[in-house]
Design a binder for this molecule. Structure first.
Ligand SMILES: [Zn+2]
Length: 271
């Protein structure tokens, strides 16, 4: 963790300092080596929050975009269960930055624990994720909203483990590296898959990193995912109904002949 408590003040790790864990109150030691980002670790045992993952440079960069008081927020549920959220905004939105592998059941548990959550996923950890999105993203279709798209086969764009999220999942395909001004849109934007489907179509959002940070400051949700998916669902349904009515109208005078069914041609005898 980046912060631990010294005299009830949140402080960053530095050589020789000792502090207490804001989650469990146990002693922590400062780890200030060269190999990993400077951090606090529990003495002796791994961590009090089994959801916590070792921080990478990518984690630190993301969290640094938010006020220090929002980072590593100890979230306590009504039943006393507590976890340390990566970022919790003043509006109560929790942002979890996920680099390492996450089992689907654990992902679902976090979505249940944090009622207002978005995921930001490091899309550079697995080599196949960015190429998959580059190929599948060709099939994105625009909607009347700028930066919002639909896709008939979301599984061709996003990793299978993230398809059935209950929270929006934004993929960061640039990772910890700075994004060049001439980078591809895949790297320039975060690509979010919204929960739910509009008549089977996935709803995808392209959002700049600054846009996400700004929205997190300004409002309780980055975007109203349920409303967007609902409106697109209604549009798809209306288009389908209109197409069916059109199809019914067309064959006047030229009806399909009844009784003509396609039969498999009989195999010819060769001998
Ligand atoms: Zn602890």
């Amino acid at each position: 963790m980046r912060y631990a408590l010294v005299n009830n003040e949140r402080v960053e790790a530095s050589h020789g300092l000792s502090a207490l864990c804001p989650g469990c109150g146990q002693p922590m030691v400062a780890k200030c080596g060269d190999r990993r980002v400077h951090h606090w670790a529990h003495r002796g045992r791994r961590t009090c929050d089994h959801w916590w993952e070792p921080e990478t440079r990518w984690h630190r960069q993301w969290k640094s975009r938010f006020p220090a008081g929002w980072r590593e927020f100890v979230h306590v549920a009504a039943d006393g269960e507590r976890h340390i959220a990566d970022v919790r905004t003043g509006h109560g939105l929790v942002l979890e930055f996920q680099h390492s592998h996450l089992r689907p059941d654990e992902r679902a548990a976090r979505e249940a624990f944090y009622p207002n959550l978005i995921w930001v996923v490091d899309g550079t950890r697995l080599k196949r994720d960015a190429p998959r999105f580059a190929a599948g993203g060709q099939m994105l279709r625009p909607t009347p909203w700028r930066g919002i798209y639909t896709v008939a086969f979301p599984e061709e764009c996003f990793p299978p483990k993230w398809l059935d999220c209950r929270a929006p999942a934004f993929f960061d395909f640039a990772g910890a590296e700075p994004v060049a001004p001439d980078a591809t849109p895949i790297e320039r934007y975060l690509w979010g898959l919204l929960p739910g489907r509009a008549e089977g179509h996935g709803v995808v959002v392209a959002l700049g990193r600054g846009g996400l940070v700004r929205a997190a400051h300004e409002r309780p949700q980055i975007l109203d995912a349920a409303q967007i998916v609902g409106v697109l669902q209604a549009r798809f349904r209306a288009a389908r109904v209109a197409a069916m009515q059109e199809a019914r109208r067309l064959p006047s005078g030229k009806r399909w002949k009844r009784g003509r069914v396609w039969r498999r041609p009989r195999p010819r005898r060769r001998f």
